[in-house]
Design a binder for this molecule. Structure first.
Ligand SMILES: CC(=O)SCCNC(=O)CCNC(=O)[C@H](O)C(C)(C)COP(=O)(O)OP(=O)(O)OC[C@H]1O[C@@H](n2cnc3c(N)ncnc32)[C@H](O)[C@@H]1OP(=O)(O)O
Length: 417
């Protein structure tokens, strides 16, 4: 077997892209042969320098891709992020440090470029904490038992003068990007979607062999503004007594106003034959259950960590966001060999925040992963202190951190990437 040092970790060339994709599929336990059409489509994600591979005797045995993204901070500012995806190590080469080498290389380059954070969606919880990532948003998926929800079956469309129309992929590519941009400007934790995202979700680019068009629904307000959009599929399931028992599964649903969210969810829960609606990946405080006369008709089927964040630049990350109250906190961030380590004085006020390196005594001591977990406002410092993951050096500092950092609505990342 080739020794550790002989395995080359480096950016791939475009000519190596097919071999890299074979390794990618292998790592994700998918059919290793990637057809020419899929390769052509996936090539749109090839950015020189941003796809790493590990090569053993010329064969690709590990993959890693990062791309430019923006993640919305609390308060709405877009923050430049190094989004990480397609992380695999072939089963023949696991636990020999290949992920560690690829991650170190990518994070160093991200820091060099000036990215403020790195982001990813973790396949398994234990993988990324060691690299200074912390879970920063939570995903909840509901299953709605439609007959139990208590909706009036005579209801016909939105009651607010708005309307819902079914559209095709081309309309989605036209209307979706601008709608989504409005959504993410107001949604902490949301990430940017590039053109490839829209093309893949509408079948204009086929990353996978099997693709069929879902239903696309658009909500327009009484004033004619596009305020919401959803993609959903329905299965074909009938009961023994010849009654329809179909499930609608939401692929994605975005609304820039509560009226749009209400209209789209009530639409989905009132389609004839549909007796169950799977919500897809929502924020844990999504309106959905409470739009139903009987909220218990919506049961949680999945709840898990979702967007993981790694702070690369503490000053810019903390200055990019707004705070729930004015106050001063000195944070000692433990990040051995990493960019977030040090003691930082955060001064938050209505005018914004300033963050500077300081030699003062710390109020709170925490790891880089804990800082990332607190950054989008979803987690409580008091809770992390109770877990022993944050240490108070000044009594009441964790409570103070919560007053500053936490938000009234929870952050949400609608996307998987
Ligand atoms: C953002 C994304 O793309 S998420 C997708 C992640 N990919 C997958 O889940 C695909 C299947 N899994 C894999 O391909 C590999 O197991 C990987 C990529 C998760 C890990 O790759 P490896 O090269 O084995 O990791 P590496 O050897 O660098 O491990 C570093 C450390 O993390 C630990 N580790 C790695 N993966 C895991 C895991 N799944 N669970 C627990 N610990 C893990 C290792 O034990 C090691 O710990 P140590 O330093 O204390 O010995």
């Amino acid at each position: 077997m080739t020794s550790r040092a002989e395995i080359d970790v480096r950016p791939i060339t475009e000519a190596e892209f097919p071999d890299w994709n074979r390794a990618l599929n292998t790592g994700f336990l998918q059919e290793p042969v990637v057809a020419e059409e899929q390769l052509r489509a996936r090539r749109h994600q090839f950015v020189p320098g941003r796809l790493l591979g590990a090569f053993d005797a010329g064969r690709c045995v590990a993959t890693f891709r990062s791309f430019a993204q923006e993640v919305t901070a609390v308060g709405g500012a877009p923050v430049p992020a190094d989004a990480i995806s397609n992380v695999t190590v072939s089963p023949t080469h696991r636990r020999r440090g290949l992920l560690g080498r690829m991650m170190a290389r990518d994070l160093a380059a991200a820091r060099e470029r000036g990215d403020v954070v790195a982001t990813l969606i973790a396949a398994e919880y234990p993988i990324y904490g060691r690299y200074g990532f912390g879970p920063a948003t939570t995903m909840t998926e509901w299953s709605v038992d439609v007959p139990r929800a208590g909706l009036d079956p005579r209801r016909a469309g939105p009651a607010d003068g708005g309307r819902i129309d079914l559209v095709d992929g081309e309309d989605v590519r036209k209307l979706g990007p601008e709608l989504h941009d409005r959504l993410r400007r107001g949604q902490p934790g949301a990430v940017s979607r590039n053109e490839v995202w829209w093309r893949v979700r509408t079948g204009a680019l086929r990353f996978e062999k099997e693709w069929t068009e879902p239903f696309f629904a658009v909500y327009r307000s009484a004033a004619g503004e596009v305020e919401g959009m959803a993609a959903y599929r329905a299965d074909d399931h009938w009961g023994d007594a010849k009654q329809p028992l179909n499930t609608a599964t939401v692929q994605w649903l975005i609304g820039t106003t509560p009226a749009a969210e209400r209209a789209l969810w009530l639409y989905l829960c009132s389609i004839d034959w549909i007796t169950r609606v799977r919500s897809g990946w929502r924020a844990p405080d999504d309106l959905l259950p409470h739009l139903l006369p009987d909220p218990r008709a919506a049961t949680i089927v999945t709840q898990a960590d979702w967007l993981w964040v790694r702070i690369l630049d503490v000053v810019r990350a903390l200055e990019a966001r707004t705070y729930g109250a004015p106050g001063t906190l000195v944070l000692e961030v433990v990040d051995p060999g990493g960019p977030a380590g040090g003691r930082w004085r955060l001064e938050a006020s209505a005018e914004g925040a300033s963050c500077t390196a300081t030699a003062e005594g710390a109020d709170l001591v925490l790891g880089a992963g804990e800082l990332a977990t607190l950054w989008l406002g979803d987690e409580s410092a008091v809770r992390l202190a109770a877990l022993g993951r944050v240490r108070e050096e000044r009594a009441g500092a964790a409570r103070m951190a919560d007053a500053l950092l936490r938000t009234s609505r929870r952050p949400w990342c609608p996307d998987m990437f």
